[in-house]
Design a protein around this ligand. Structure first.
Ligand code: UDX
Length: 433
């Protein structure tokens, strides 16, 4: 099929490349000329495993093109809207400026029978509003809502082999067009939920709210574990054996961040308030608060480890991205901890395999190095806040020879506490005795 993808960020660039990989003819559109130039040259403007390969092969064959001109979307039968919906300044609500602008700009270019497909995460009710706008300005076109569940770091796999497909549609035709697009996944047995707009929009935010709640639940347990001498990791293993609970997303630590979970639970709460249902999602405020408290706990542990003050102490912060296998530092707990420690007068040296460039743009006041060894050298305290494989695999004996003092805070509960203690370290995790 002929497809356009409006918005070439983390979501759109992967979606466009994956659609081309499936054999469709795709044009990716973005207002950012520098980003489009990189993509057109076959280079992803961000780190995502597997993306360079499919992007390069699709651009080389000509199946995937990029443009800053929305008129280049005119020939497509299906238009995916994949622009951002960030948290609006000064509120918790989602900023829909980019979604609205994308749909408005598409209207004059919609061919007879064209399908506009929303992928962006939006407050429930947005699709119905956009469908009304399309019915008014381009009645020969229709709208579907097809939320995206990809995880950064696994975005290519999640797009090509999704757990499920969700279509919010107003008619059968839209569903059959989406079936054609995703034929490979459907033939592989991917479950497909065909529903109305509101449900499709809600599926996405409900899924993220559930995941965020799961993480904050185990983090709350880690606070209780700290107060009682219990071990939250063993607790998570034990409750996770219950198939109704499941072990995934029960890792206690410095908490969740990134471009989705934090802003999505806030926007969901704001939307519930607009709907007069603030009470229904009041618990998500607590989820957010527990999450932010985890960052503070790591900072407090640092102060405790250094006998009451981090002032002029050299602290190696391992990780700045919100999770491994990503260069994304949006709402990163790791970077937040680094900034707070710096604010308390510490000499922070932060390191990360992929995220330093993005971190430096946001927080130029921190010192950075790409070398783990350099970060560790002479440190009074080591704080692991993003569980990159390289940090999980650090040897406690070798690391002990590099640092100035053997204090480690394991903000992701991924190190072998016994082995680090045996090598002479004071080890502190979150909810671990
Ligand atoms: C998330 C959803 O998983 C995805 O389905 C949705 O489309 C977008 O939002 P992503 O933001 O890429 O994806 O990251 P994810 O892997 O979900 O992790 C989110 C955050 O939670 C990370 O900061 C991670 O470190 C943290 N996390 C995850 C925990 O603290 N503990 C866990 O057990 C799991």
């Amino acid at each position: 099929m002929r497809i356009s993808v409006i918005g070439c960020g983390y979501l759109g660039a992967v979606h466009a490349s994956a659609m081309a990989e499936l054999g469709h003819e795709v044009v990716g559109i973005d207002v950012d000329a520098a980003k489009i130039a990189e993509l057109a040259a076959g280079r992803p403007p961000f780190f995502e495993p597997g993306l360079p390969e499919i992007l390069a092969s699709a651009t080389a064959t000509g199946r995937l093109r990029f443009s800053t001109d929305i008129a280049d979307a005119a020939g497509a039968e299906v238009h995916f809207v994949a622009v951002g919906t960030p948290q609006a300044a000064g509120t918790h609500a989602a900023d829909l400026t980019y979604v609205d602008a994308a749909v408005e700009s598409l209207l004059p270019h919609l061919a007879e029978g064209a399908l506009v497909v929303g992928k962006s995460t939006v407050p429930v009710g947005t699709a119905a509003r956009l469908a009304a706008r399309i019915a008014e300005a381009a009645p020969h076109a229709t709208l579907a809502w097809n939320p995206e569940f990809l995880r950064e770091g696994f975005a290519v796999k999640d797009t090509l082999e999704p757990d499920r497909l969700v279509y919010g549609v107003a008619d059968d035709h839209a569903a059959s067009v989406l079936d054609q697009i995703y034929r490979a996944a459907i033939e592989a047995g991917t479950p497909r939920v065909v529903t109305d707009y509101a449900t499709a929009e809600l599926v996405k935010v409900a899924a993220n709210a559930f995941l965020a709640t799961k993480i904050s639940f185990i983090n709350a347990m880690s606070e209780i574990a700290d107060a009682t001498g219990a071990d939250v990791t063993a607790l998570a293993d034990a409750i996770g054996h219950d198939a109704r609970i499941g072990r995934r997303f029960l890792n206690a630590g410095v908490g969740f961040g990134g471009g989705c979970l934090p802003k999505d639970i806030r926007a969901f709460t704001a939307r519930a308030e607009e709907l007069g249902r603030a009470d229904s999602l009041a618990f998500l405020r607590e989820v957010d608060e527990i999450n932010l408290r985890q960052r503070q706990r790591v900072v407090d542990l640092a102060v405790e480890a250094l006998d009451g003050s981090v002032h002029q102490k050299r602290i190696a912060v391992l990780g700045v991205t919100f999770k491994p296998e990503s260069d994304d530092v949006r709402d990163s707990p790791a970077l937040d901890v680094a900034v707070q420690l710096k604010g308390l007068g510490a000499e922070v040296i932060a390191t990360d395999p992929e995220g330093i460039e993005n971190a430096r743009l946001r927080h130029p006041q921190l010192d950075y190095t790409t070398s783990t060894r350099e970060a560790l050298r002479g440190a009074d305290l080591v704080v692991l806040v993003t569980e990159w494989r390289e940090y999980r695999g650090l040897d406690p004996v070798e690391t002990g020879q590099l640092v100035g003092a053997q204090h480690v805070i394991d903000g992701r509960n991924v190190l072998d506490a016994a082995a680090w203690r045996a090598a002479g370290w004071t080890y502190r995790g979150l909810g671990r005795p």
